[in-house]
Design a protein around this ligand. Structure first.
Ligand code: N01
Length: 555
């Protein structure tokens, strides 16, 4: 039932409020409203659906998971009717897909666009969350679902003088809706992660001059993108369920791709070369699966990294530029590996210059451009491809407070803590989709989103059926989960790089690995076992849901 309370500030009560109309929020809305018959309101700061694909309109933006699998699987008709045109769709096509889904399931009637949720407060007595929006309006619900996205809080470094810059500046993750024309302009691009790697080659095609300010040289592999034929699409669609399922088993990322055949030390030099060549030709993140131990063994990883370094030397004609582009000695893949189209080749263009800001950081921004060391680089526009306050940023930007007045942000001061990555102890009835310490960011996120949404909505159905008003994570279960997630990460090379996976890109952010790395299949088994045992590790209306002894996390 939806009702309006007759209180000072009108508060509309829903069964659930969802924050964010990206792929997580849209599916959650569909599930709760259409399958559980709940009253639901979704708040979205943008003026349309699509989440990350709404904001990331920068030139060259496209996914790095094959689109046939970077798409929902929950509806047979939807998956059969949509015709992806490229192996890796570009942003406009992915956004059209999100809009199509919104139309198909009539989602927008329950979405308030252009409304930023600024605060959320839980009241124990009524077991409700009340959210406040940037317009000062308040609405409440039994459940609050944070579908605010792991990569949505854009990070613009606070360079002195930015406000004085006379040209235009942009962040790749907050790109304007209207087309930006760089024709005839001198463009400075800061950042060489995935967004920089995708945008630099495309911007260089029209700009008069591009200056790339690189702090850490990146590894990158060719996406090997191509147009899909009807035959290719049909072949997958004929067997869609089984092919998708093959990507979800065991330690999978959720994307069907060729499995590594062997550990690196089991292969001869010729076999090593052959495996790396094959994965380079295959394209994209599969490159990290040349060997079974690429992400766990330093030697296997170095072989993989050196292969890319050799490719850079081969592609980039000017030896000094090639040396500057050489990634330093962090494990390949420990920072998210970009998939590019002509990235290294772009540095052979006459209108592209690479400036290393590793030893000599950007000093300040002036009216005319960027100052590094003694030189002022004159620019008409600056593109910040400087990334995100990942995973926790969007949540921490909302003042989330429990009945005792404690803030989630304070609880997470030394790193995020969440049981199964879905709920944080002390914050009842607040579910997170692809939250910290879930597989999300290291997987095909669409697969992780579907699993989370389905698990959470089944849990909510269970709570409603059993007349349970509040659920919250048990602190012991949460501690054990966080420790388990951290042990898994410590068994890999991920913690060895200063990456956003580790929170290392944000000054002052605690260094904690933000994801569960044992794969979507194993994670799903864990979540399903918890559900089957009666939601062990959660507290229902103040009572433990089940004995914690039923939950075993260690392998
Ligand atoms: O951000 P990043 P991103 N001075 O954090 C540099 C997803 N994504 O937006 O490495 C100078 O990776 C920073 O330097 P350093 C994907 O998961 C996917 O590119 O910290 N430089 C780095 O080079 C990805 O991983 C796709 O030393 C500064 C860059 O900015 C995630 O989003 C496409 C600086 C930031 O790289 C984030 O990628 C795009 C400073 N003060 C994004 N501060 C697909 O392909 C930062 N940098 C699907």
């Amino acid at each position: 039932m939806t009702q309006t309370d007759d209180v000072e500030t009108a508060v509309t009560r829903y069964d659930a409020i969802i924050i964010g109309a990206g792929f997580s929020g849209m599916y959650m809305l569909h599930k709760l409203r259409d399958e559980l018959g709940m009253t639901v309101r979704l708040f979205e700061r943008g003026d349309g659906v699509g989440g990350t694909w709404y904001w990331n309109r920068y030139p060259g933006a496209r996914c790095d998971v094959p689109s046939m699998f970077y798409s929902y699987s929950f509806d047979d008709d939807l998956e059969q009717e949509w015709q992806w045109t490229e192996r890796y769709a570009a942003q406009p096509e992915i956004l059209r897909y999100a809009e199509h889904v919104a139309d198909r399931f009539d989602l927008t009637k329950n979405i308030e666009f252009g409304r930023l949720v600024t605060a959320a407060d839980f009241d124990d007595a009524s077991a409700t969350w009340t959210i406040t929006t940037d317009e000062g309006t308040k609405e409440s619900a039994r459940y609050l679902i944070a579908a605010s996205g792991p990569l949505s809080a854009a990070q613009v470094p606070r360079f002195e003088g930015l406000d004085d810059f006379a040209g235009d500046w942009y962040h790749t993750g907050d790109w304007p809706e209207e087309q930006v024309d760089f024709t005839g302009k001198r463009v400075g691009i800061i950042g060489t992660g995935s967004s920089g790697v995708q945008s630099i080659p495309v911007i260089a095609e029209t700009a008069e001059h591009v200056i790339v300010f690189q702090r850490t040289a990146t590894f990158s592999v060719p996406a090997q993108n191509y147009s899909l034929t009807a035959e290719e699409r049909d072949a997958i669609k004929k067997d869609y369920k089984a092919i998708r399922a093959s990507g979800r088993v065991g330690s999978g990322s959720g994307t069907p791709m060729p499995a590594p055949k062997a550990f690196a030390n089991e292969l001869s030099p010729a076999e090593l070369q052959h495996e790396l060549d094959a994965k380079w030709e295959w394209g994209g993140p599969a490159f990290l699966r040349a060997f079974k131990d690429t992400m766990t063994d330093r030697k296997a990883n170095r072989l993989t990294a050196d292969y890319v370094r050799a490719k850079i030397r081969e592609i980039v004609k000017d030896p000094d530029t090639a040396e500057l582009l050489m990634p330093p000695d962090y494990p390949i893949g420990a920072k998210r590996l970009p998939a590019d189209t002509g990235y290294f080749e772009t540095f052979n263009r006459d209108n592209v210059r690479l400036v290393s800001v590793r030893g000599t950081p950007i000093e300040r921004i002036t009216t005319n451009g960027i100052v590094v060391g003694d030189e002022e680089y004159k620019l008409d526009a600056i593109v910040f491809a400087t990334g995100y306050d990942a995973v926790t940023g969007a949540l921490n930007n909302i003042r989330i407070r429990n009945s005792a007045g404690e803030l989630l942000k304070d609880k997470w001061m030394n790193g995020p803590r969440a049981y199964l990555g879905v709920m944080s102890a002390g914050f009842p009835n607040l579910f997170m989709v692809v939250g910290p310490s879930s597989p999300s960011i290291t997987t095909n996120v669409l697969v992780s989103i579907e699993q989370h949404v389905e698990w959470i909505s089944e849990y909510i159905a269970f709570l409603r059926e059993h007349g349970i008003e509040t659920t919250e994570a048990d602190l012991t279960a949460e501690d054990e989960w966080v420790e388990h997630v951290s042990e898994l990460a410590d068994g890999t090379l991920f913690p060895e790089a200063d990456s956003w996976y580790m929170g290392a890109n944000i000054p002052g952010k605690p260094r904690v690995f933000l994801a569960y790395v044992a794969g979507v299949g194993t994670y799903k088994e864990r979540c399903d076992a918890v559900a089957a045992a009666g939601y062990t590790g959660f507290i229902h209306d103040g009572e433990p849901a089940h004995s914690l002894e039923d939950v075993v996390f260690s392998e």
